[in-house]
Design a protein around this ligand. Structure first.
Ligand code: HEM
Length: 358
């Protein structure tokens, strides 16, 4: 079914919501931003607790024209060149982590969690002296995701991040560029918090899902070993079948119809990228893991004006990680002791053990 009212999503804040699963309609919602707004504070029919939530003040919760202005400003600091400049440090970090990984290690704690944090620290130019603090801020701020109210440790972490970002001499990373880009101090902090929230768990999940997919498909892993040209196709297919963010939401600015179904103003519209990515109208054999799939128009990075700003960085991290893992972890991969927890956007893998042939 493409569109249906979903009582399960009728949480304490929202009077009603619509759940979208077809590729065409998810695409329509994400690209029709004048009707399906990201501005929850303005358009949600119910009161939104937002005072301490930097994400609800960041560009991801804005519509044009302000969204365009902010995206243009941060785009000056966060460019394809930024990703190229980060690549050697991503590679060095991946190799260092893999050198210490043993079959007894928790792959999540020892590889998938620290690699994207180190990348974000390098992106923001966090000094070695504050790395431990940065890891703590990232963990606390990202754990806020999906919570209705800010907890005291979240408020403290945002305050410490704020102090750091606004006072530290910014020699490396994009902070100096952001400060000079015309963003206000509050906007610099909101944007940095958005990068942590959008950029860490998602990339960690992509790394974990890559291992799960390849451990479950030894023929694909063997093919990759003989032809590394399939690395990018593999990552796209992992993103399609196991999107790190299973869905996102919008708020209707007026009444209208979608897929022939009426909706009212102020409704929450939940779009499921996880479902759209398996829409048989777009993907043949949608449940099959196929590293040669082409084209692969998955929606895991969204679409339209809010298309993931970090998609290039996420893809680069996953490609570097996979290349180094193919090199350092030979043979067939086996996954054991997987511990999971359900989250608002899917299932988080908390820990797993990965073994390979020596
Ligand atoms: C937006 C997914 C990694 C920064 C988004 C959106 C999705 C997404 C689906 C759009 C949400 C919407 O339209 O409501 C992912 C996935 C990632 C990933 C699956 C990794 C596998 C990253 C990274 C960064 C990042 C590494 C930065 C370091 C952002 C930002 C936005 C965004 C800033 C907001 C863009 C805007 O509102 O214009 N991401 N993301 N993401 N992402 Fe990512």
């Amino acid at each position: 079914m493409a569109v249906f009212s979903n009582p399960a999503r009728r949480d304490r804040r929202q009077t009603s919501s619509v759940f979208i699963t077809s590729h065409a309609l998810v695409d329509e919602v994400l690209t029709t931003h004048d009707v399906f707004s990201s501005d929850e504070i303005r358009y949600s029919a119910s009161e939104v607790p937002h005072r301490d939530n930097p994400v609800l003040h960041s560009m991801s919760a804005m519509d044009p024209p302000r969204h365009h202005e902010l995206r243009r400003m941060v785009g000056r600091a966060f460019t394809p060149r930024t990703v190229d400049d980060l690549t050697p440090s991503i590679e060095a970090c991946a190799l260092d982590l893999l050198d210490r990984l043993t079959p007894a290690s928790d792959f999540v704690a020892e590889f998938a969690h620290p690699l994207p944090i180190a990348t974000l620290a390098a992106l923001l130019g966090v000094s070695d002296a504050r790395r431990a603090d940065f890891v703590r801020w990232t963990d606390v701020i990202t754990s806020f995701f999906g919570q209705p109210e800010a907890r005291p440790d979240f408020v403290t972490a945002v305050a410490e991040l704020r102090d750091y970002l606004l006072t530290v001499p910014a020699a490396d990373g994009i902070i100096a560029g952001l400060r000079e880009s015309g963003l206000s101090p509050d906007e610099v902090v909101d944007f940095a918090a958005l990068l942590l929230i959008n950029g860490h768990e998602t990339t960690k999940t992509l790394l974990v899902n890559t291992v799960l997919c390849l451990a479950g498909h030894p023929a694909a892993l063997a093919e990759l070993r003989t032809d590394a040209g399939h690395i990018s196709g593999t990552i796209e297919e992992v993103l399609r079948l196991r999107p790190s963010a299973g869905g996102t939401d919008r708020f209707t600015t007026r009444a209208g119809t979608l897929g022939g179904q009426p909706f009212a103003a102020g409704e929450r519209v939940v779009v499921s990228m996880a479902a759209a990515n398996r829409d048989p109208a777009v993907f043949s054999e949608p449940n099959t893991f196929d590293i040669r799939r082409s084209p692969n128009p998955h929606l895991s990075f969204g679409h339209g004006i809010h298309f993931c700003l970090g998609a290039h960085l996420a893809r680069r991290q996953a490609a570097v990680a996979l290349r180094t893992m193919l090199d350092r972890l030979p043979g067939r991969w086996t996954v054991d002791d997987v511990v999971t927890r359900d989250s608002p956007v899917g299932t988080d893998v908390l820990s797993l053990r990965l073994t390979w042939s020596r």
